[in-house]
Design a protein around this ligand. Structure first.
Ligand code: ZN
Length: 355
């Protein structure tokens, strides 16, 4: 399907092809990274100081030797979801501009303070998640200003986008992807081909996404609302960097690039993914000690006990149960629990695959 769509697009843009080819012969710059065709360059997105400190977000441009589209690979919004960071670090080294058609923008670590200080979930500078404040604003706190810059410098200049995540320090997570339909069929078919080419075997169909361009919240949603097919992928858990998890993200990226005709070779599409129609959070209503009875990837029935919570004297105070049947996408990986923490996140299997 992707092939036929791209063929028709190709027919439409034939009159402007010489211009596209010409554009590819000029350097492509993002922040301070400027790469001539066939070159790779490193630099920074410079987030200026404002109501709080500024920061420099590393950026790499791989400008292919041949013309083609622009793909953005963005990771580390949550800087302790290590597998997602390490996979893109590997791609920085491995991607060869001589093999690439088009341009790859790689942002390997959006949330540097989180990574360096080992703070999960948020940017410790302003205590905000760096994947909830898109499209950002020029005069907000550091997360707002960084999101604003990424929207202008990366999203607006890309044709496709992949946002990488995973289980954070306190999340035991099995790999999965998100596919969010926009209602624009041609765009949605391309993003669906991207998520199938990426190859993770559980895919969440992301409904009820913000539709306000000024409050798109998530990075991939910001790109989707601007007409750029985009997906979210997640692998890795609880501070670990397992070879298999890193390989899932690297191989998935290369396969997606092949589907987009940005690398030579055939993509590998996942044939029978488990489509999930929604996710359900189980939230702690107070502090305590968490004892899990399920693991990441466990399939549970409605009403099944997921574990139990005790007070600090060993008395059981809560036995959270599965509100619906589904698969454990992630479960709290550590004994610590406070009010409002996520105990587990279940994926509910869709009755049928999307068309
Ligand atoms: Zn994340």
């Amino acid at each position: 399907m992707l092939h036929s769509i791209r063929l028709s697009l190709f027919c439409l843009i034939i009159p402007s092809l010489p211009f596209v080819a010409l554009a590819q012969r000029t350097p492509f710059a993002v922040g301070t990274a400027s790469a001539a065709p066939g070159q790779k360059a490193t630099g920074y997105l410079e987030v200026p100081a404002g109501v709080d400190a500024g920061t420099n977000i590393p950026v790499v441009v791989v400008n292919g030797a041949k013309p083609g589209p622009v793909l953005a690979l963005v990771t580390g919004a949550h800087g302790t979801e290590y597998v997602s960071v390490i996979a893109v670090e590997r791609l920085i080294v491995d991607l060869d501009p001589a093999q690439v058609s088009g341009t790859i923008i790689l942002i390997p670590l959006v949330n540097i303070a989180s990574f360096e200080q080992k703070v999960a979930h948020v940017n410790p500078v302003d205590n905000k998640s760096m994947n909830r404040f898109y499209p950002g604003k020029a005069d907000g706190t550091q997360t707002d200003r960084a999101s604003f810059l990424i929207t202008k410098q990366v999203v607006d200049r890309s044709d496709y986008l992949i946002d990488y995540h995973g289980g954070d320090l306190d999340e035991s997570l099995r790999p999965y992807a998100y596919w969010g339909a926009t209602g624009k069929d041609s765009q949605d078919q391309i993003s669906k081909q991207m998520v199938l080419a990426f190859g993770l075997d559980h895919i969440i169909i992301w409904h009820d996404r913000p539709s306000d361009l000024g409050a798109s919240r998530y990075l991939d949603n910001t790109a989707s609302l601007r007409g750029k097919p985009s997906i979210v992928v997640e692998a890795g858990y609880a501070g670990t960097v397992e070879t298999d998890d890193v390989a899932l993200l690297i191989n998935g990226t290369l396969s997606t690039m092949r589907a987009l005709k940005m690398l030579p070779g055939a993509p590998h599409y996942i044939e029978n993914p488990v489509w999930l129609e929604k996710t359900v959070d189980i939230i702690s209503d107070g502090p305590g000690i968490w004892y899990p009875l399920v693991k990441r990837g466990s399939y549970v029935q409605e009403g099944m006990k997921l574990g139990y919570v005790t007070d600090y004297f060993g008395k059981v105070i809560l036995e959270p149960r599965a509100p619906e049947a589904g698969v454990v996408l992630h479960v709290n990986a550590v004994p610590s629990l406070k009010k409002g923490d996520n105990i587990a996140n279940l994926g509910v299997v869709a009755s049928k695959a999307p068309l």
